[in-house]
Design a protein. Structure first.
Lengths: 782, 168
């Protein structure tokens, strides 16, 4: 297959999606299906005094009203999904709140009724009496001794306290010519896919329950739910429908609804559906990003970094289902593509009375890159060097690869950057955005009164997380090629990716491959889609399975045609002899030989022309890239424009160019949102203030700049495809890149210490200080 | 009082043409148009993303004009005509040039926002067959997409308006 063909394969998913023939969770309808609505806490922290459900139960069309008391032994705290020794005080949620609510939106009661309208009517009739308690909202306040406790049985508000370190930090700081210290803050954002969450449960006559769930991880969900519900695994099936975007928080987190809906369906012996509405999504679907970093960077006078320390707080929200995985990712991403001889990052996960926190696209890495890149900018300022020069000084050179650091990554495997040419990538980004040319023309633009600036950010992304993933490739007796895998898709085109990999091995068209994903009745083992891992893991497994099937095809054909294997070729569903194309056998015939209805079969016979392979990554593979942006600020028009945005990325071998570019563009735009427009606000009592799309502003086509993408390919030896993950790449450096560009546009009068940038505050400050620009010195950070 | 009794007190018979087909239906007066389309008629191609009129996923055409079906109560469309994503394809189940172009230019990923966007663009092109990019971007800015970053959508539309798309 030519390069053009490989990069141009139309997605298998699109024909039905453009026609509106997707099958999303709310599209699932069934006669007799009931609908559920959750009653949620209006308080960030309160004691539940009592709940009166009588009026709700009496409402016509209501089938069930449950509170925690009605759940029996199921009402236990769910497991922590990412246990770790540093998580010393894990507290997780129960399916319905027992006695105390700890965030606005926490489920308190379940109502199941004839339809959603009746269920919502009845939900309003549930009377809950609360005694409000003081709420913990601010991270630093949460750690003061007098702070109210989110979990009363704990001595403080710490969920986890841990460290990632290597080298001799004390010596590094003693030897330093300069130590730069900063406090850097990243605020919460929401993944906010356009489709919200949902669960539909069907009880079957034999006692099994089929659960349709908008989950990224069907197998772990099935395993966990079976345990929580007290069912043997075989009695529970999880099936993933089409999902309208996920970006992290649709992973296995044992959301209350995932437990309650199957339970209700079983109790009522009727199918039950729950669909989250957008306000609920803003309250009760996990969020991420809140961190406060106290950083110190030690270096020599010429800008060479000697060591870095970071002591940071991570906002975990009310419950610690995600353990410490996010700060661990932050702490192991901070070093970036730079040589940091000595390093120590201490993290503390703090409980707050806010929506629980778990990975959202980027998963702790955007914060890490923001911190590192801001410190380099600070360093450059102190030493009077250019930000680019400081980066070039410290980049790990290609001859140092593979580059090992003496710590473990989030997968508990050694942290080793496998392949990549960081200086080359940086230079290509600078050339593509026209960095030098921009700086040359900048003085002129500033002279005209324009506030225009350029920024750069470098990142390294660990991807291809284990522990494993699998795929089955099969050729049926009709000659159809089938692929099955446990992972689920939320728009990334996994089916197309797997079809392409399979078709390349078997010499057929991707359109002729049938792919089935995300059904635990079909694929019993696997993890799912998260952490930029499916191309690496499922892709590699599929590749191996396809090659195994190919090997068997050739063997069967060699037997049937009486031609040696070396003289055979595959094309269009046939195996044929190269020297005489008329001598050939179809895939269907080969498969039929592996499924005889009568004997005798050969010795050592195994039916079926299929193979199941699993890929176990030895460790993560590290993609990397550089983003560059030119921005202009127009304070009188209350506008910030990104004039040009450049991405140079290297995710190893590119399997499908348009899918890769789509992931990057979507990620960059999400990153722009999280940098400039999207801000989750809570008041001092923990009340969420941004619960609609009118308060929480997702970027529209009007805010999106031209994004130029350049590809580099440093294949990895860690998997047979040479591929690295790319799903999160677009997001990761955007905060850092735009911070530097905005700062440059502000003429270096401000050091941006916080993301997202509060643009309104910035414009107000700019308008106020513009008349004093001549005398302005080092401005306050925003 | 049963649910049926309750509902009987608050229903209305409406007549509406949907994708060229005229139908009469008794509906609860408070039934959202999005729910009428999806639940009552089973036309699940129209999606619901926010129910407060911002994301645009629920966009359908009311007498040819784009509207947010999540913000309309079903009785409001009595006597009118509606077009949904199921109704814009070519004859005998083919694709509208916009749909084909979306495929060719990878203008969708999860596909959830796609039907709403297609309806808005369909209405735009019916009025203005060759809009400039600024106009397309303006129309598109009434829709939220979290996956694509919009560039591929703009390319897909440009391909149709520049005459590269095939006729149905």
């Amino acid at each position: 297959m030519t390069t053009e063909e490989r990069h141009g394969v139309l997605r298998l998913e699109d024909l039905r999606l453009v026609q509106g023939r997707g099958r999303f969770i709310d599209d699932i309808r069934w006669p007799g299906m009931l609908q559920a609505v959750l009653v949620r806490s209006p308080h960030a922290h309160a004691e539940i005094l009592d709940i009166d459900t009588r009026a709700a139960k009496a409402h016509p069309g209501v089938y069930l009203v449950w509170t925690a008391v009605d759940l029996g032994p199921v009402c236990q705290p769910v497991p922590c999904v990412f246990p770790h020794p540093s998580v010393h005080q894990a507290r997780t949620h129960t399916p319905l709140a027992r006695d105390v609510v700890r965030y606005v939106g926490e489920p308190v009661a379940l109502v199941v009724a004839e339809n959603r309208y009746v269920a919502e009517d009845a939900a309003e009739l549930v009377e809950v009496r609360y005694r409000p308690l003081p709420a913990v909202v601010d991270l630093e306040a949460a750690l003061r001794p007098e702070a109210p406790r989110v979990h009363a049985d704990l001595p403080d508000n710490l969920a986890a306290d841990g460290e990632k370190a290597y080298g001799d930090v004390a010596a590094a700081f003693r030897a330093a010519d300069l130590i730069v210290r900063e406090r850097l803050v990243v605020e919460r954002g929401a993944a906010s896919p356009i489709e919200t969450r949902g669960v539909v449960a069907f009880p079957e006559a034999d006692g099994t329950i089929t659960v349709y769930d908008t989950t990224q991880t069907p197998v772990p969900t099935r395993q966990g739910l079976a345990q929580i519900l007290g069912l043997p695994e075989e009695m529970l099936r999880v099936v993933v429908p089409d999902i309208g975007g996920a970006f992290g928080p649709k992973s296995t987190l044992f959301y209350p609804e995932e437990i309650l809906i199957p339970l209700a369906a079983k109790a009522l012996e009727r199918p039950v559906k729950w669909i989250e509405d957008r306000r609920e999504h803003f309250l009760a679907t996990n969020q991420e990003r809140g961190q406060i970093h106290d950083v110190a960077l030690a270096c020599l006078g010429d800008g060479t970094i000697l060591g870095l320390t970071d002591d940071f707080l991570h906002d975990g929200g009310a419950y610690a289902v995600a353990g410490a995985i996010l700060p661990i990712i932050t702490a192991t991403t901070l070093m970036g593509p730079y040589r940091i001889p000595a390093y120590r990052a201490r993290y503390r996960v703090v409980y707050t009375n806010k929506t629980p926190v778990s990975p959202v696209r980027g998963a702790g890495r955007p914060q890490a890159v923001f911190v590192m890149e801001r410190m380099l900018a600070r360093l450059a300022r102190e030493l009077g060097l250019s930000p680019v020069a400081v980066r070039k000084k410290n980049l790990i050179p290609p001859e140092a690869m593979p580059y090992a650091m003496d710590i473990t990554y989030q997968d508990e495997a050694p942290l080793v950057y496998d392949t990549g040419d960081y200086p080359k990538t940086l230079q290509l980004a600078l050339d593509t955005i026209g960095y030098e040319q921009f700086l040359a023309k900048k003085a002129e633009a500033v002279g005209e009164g324009r506030m225009i600036g350029v920024g750069v950010a470098c990142y390294v992304e660990g991807s291809g997380l284990g522990p494993y993933e699998g795929a089955t490739v099969r050729i049926t007796e009709r000659g159809k090629v089938q692929v099955e895998a446990a992972l689920s898709a939320q728009g990334q085109g996994q089916a197309t990716m797997l079809a392409q990999i399979t078709s390349e091995a078997l010499g057929i068209r991707p359109q002729d491959v049938e792919v089935r994903l995300g059904d635990t009745a079909v694929s019993r083992y696997g993890l799912g889609t998260f952490a930029s891992r499916t191309a690496v893991t499922a892709g590699s497994a599929c590749h191996r399975a396809a090659l195994a099937v190919k090997e068997e095809l050739l063997r069967l054909a060699a037997d049937a045609l009486e031609v040696p294997v070396e003289e055979l070729a595959l094309s269009d569903g046939f195996v044929y002899a190269r020297r005489d194309e008329r001598r050939r056998i179809s895939f269907a015939e080969c498969a039929a030989r592996k499924n005889p209805a009568w004997g005798p079969p050969p010795a050592a016979f195994r039916p079926g022309l299929e193979a199941t392979e699993y890929f176990v990554p030895a460790r993560s593979t590290f993609a990397h890239g550089v983003h560059a942006a030119i921005v202009e600020i127009l304070p009188e028009r209350l506008e910030t424009r990104i004039l040009r945005y450049v991405v140079v990325h290297d995710a190893g071998r590119i399997l499908h160019r348009e899918i890769v570019e789509g992931q990057i563009r979507g990620g960059v735009v999400q990153g722009i949102g999280w940098s400039l427009y999207e801000r989750l606000r809570f008041d001092e009592e923990g009340q969420p203030l941004t619960t609609t799309f009118m308060d929480y502003l997702l970027p529209t086509a009007g805010e999106v700049p031209e994004i130029v993408i350049r590809h580099l390919e440093s294949p990895t030896p860690l998997n047979p495809l040479g591929v690295k993950g790319v799903g999160e790449a677009g997001v990761i450096p955007v905060l850092a890149c735009l911070a530097e560009a905005l700062e440059d546009a502000l003429g270096g009068q401000v050091f941006l210490r916080e993301m997202p940038v509060d643009l309104d505050r910035l414009y107000a400050w700019m308008i106020e200080t513009k008349c004093r620009r001549g005398s302005a010195g080092e401005g306050e950070g925003h | 009082m049963s649910v049926d009794d309750l509902q009987a007190a608050y229903t209305r018979a409406i007549t509406v043409t949907v994708n060229g087909q005229r139908l009469t239906q008794e509906v609860p007066v408070r039934l959202l148009l999005s729910d009428f389309l999806r639940q009552t008629l089973g036309l699940t191609g129209t999606h619901v993303g926010c129910e407060h009129g911002v994301c645009g996923a629920c966009t359908v055409l009311l007498d040819g004009e784009p509207v947010r079906s999540c913000l309309l109560l079903t009785p409001e469309v009595d006597g009118h005509s509606l077009t949904t994503i199921e109704g814009i394809g070519g004859p005998s189940g083919g694709l509208h040039p916009l749909q084909e172009s979306f495929r060719r230019h990878f203008a969708l990923q999860c596909g959830f926002c796609t039907p709403g966007i297609l309806l808005s663009l369909y209405a735009l092109l019916a009025e203005e067959p060759k809009p400039d990019e600024a106009t397309v971007r303006e129309v598109l800015s009434g829709h939220l997409c979290r996956c694509t970053g919009y560039a591929s959508i703009l390319r897909a539309v440009a391909a149709v308006t520049d005459g590269e798309g095939k006729e149905p």
